[in-house]
Design a protein around this ligand. Structure first.
Ligand SMILES: Nc1ncnc2c1ncn2[C@@H]1O[C@H](COP(=O)(O)OP(=O)(O)O)[C@@H](O)[C@H]1O
Ligand SMILES: Nc1ccn([C@H]2C[C@H](O)[C@@H](COP(=O)(O)O)O2)c(=O)n1
Length: 242
């Protein structure tokens, strides 16, 4: 369905632009794609669950169940057991599943998606490589794939919402969540991921940032987080950070 049709159907808008078959400013708002970024266990899924109650928003959580079970194999678990051997396997699959999510047909005027193909590469692949746990050849092959994809396929992102949390908070929440594969994650791993996120989205010194960034501090308890989501609702839903 074209954005014009979506706009007209959802909101009964029939602007001059629509009559002339071009996208009006409303159409652009109606095709907004927002990525929720943040460290492991920073509260991304919880945030998405909260916004999923808003009408006209499609929520896509990370397909972690696929990463834990692809045709009977568990690449997520294998990666944590032996990152040097299985890092490339997991990250190749994650790249595919994230691309699939970015390109899937949008079923609502607005989409909120957990992480992105960008953080998969700029944070997690980068971390494996920098920590010496991904061989040069694996990093080179993944980088070639990533560059081909991002240079040949349009992956529109309108806004990045960065849930900025301390690695200590994430470590506590991770232990609470108690996902079997993640039991061996040390605080140092979360610190490394945090640093990469900060360099990318706050200092903007590492990699291209594909969209404006709205920073929400995520160390607060759930009640305070909901207040923050409400304070930022308009910005988030209009796809801007101002
Ligand atoms: N603001 C919060 N305060 C306390 N616990 C939280 C908060 N947000 C999420 N949690 C809990 O922390 C764990 C990780 O949250 P989750 O939303 O799954 O994180 P992510 O999707 O970023 O990995 C879950 O057990 C969740 O219930
Ligand atoms: N590119 C990625 C993305 C995620 N992971 C890992 C990190 C977690 O163990 C799990 C799910 O992440 P969460 O949603 O809980 O932040 O997947 C990875 O290794 N590489």
């Amino acid at each position: 369905m074209s954005c014009y049709k979506l706009c007209e159907l959802q909101c009964c808008v029939r602007t001059t632009e629509h009559i002339n078959n071009i996208a009006c400013s409303y159409c652009y708002i109606l095709n907004c794609q927002i990525c929720i970024e943040g460290n492991i266990a920073s509260g991304k899924t919880t945030c998405l669950e909260y916004f999923s109650k808003t009408s006209n928003i499609e929520v896509l959580t990370e397909p972690v169940s696929k990463w834990r079970n692809v045709r009977g194999h568990n690449p997520l678990g294998l990666m944590y057991q032996d990152p040097t051997r299985w890092g490339i396997t997991l990250q190749t699959y994650i790249q595919l599943t994230m691309l699939d999510q970015h390109l899937s047909t949008i079923s609502a005027p607005m989409r909120m998606m957990e992480r992105s193909i960008y953080s998969a590469k700029y944070i997690f692949v980068e971390n494996l490589y920098r920590s010496g746990k991904m061989p040069d050849v694996d990093f080179a092959v993944l980088s070639e794939w990533f560059e081909w994809i991002t240079q040949n396929i349009a992956i529109p992102v309108d806004l990045i919402v960065y849930l900025q949390s301390s690695p200590q908070t994430c470590h506590e929440r991770l232990k609470e969540r108690c996902r079997e594969e993640e039991k061996i994650i040390p605080l140092e791993y979360l610190e490394a991921i945090h640093q990469l996120y900060e360099d990318w989205l706050i200092k903007k010194t590492s990699f291209n940032v594909p969209a404006p960034v709205l920073v929400i501090s995520a160390d607060d308890d759930l009640q305070k987080m909901i207040l923050q989501y409400e304070e930022n609702r308009e910005k988030i839903l209009s796809g801007t950070n101002v």
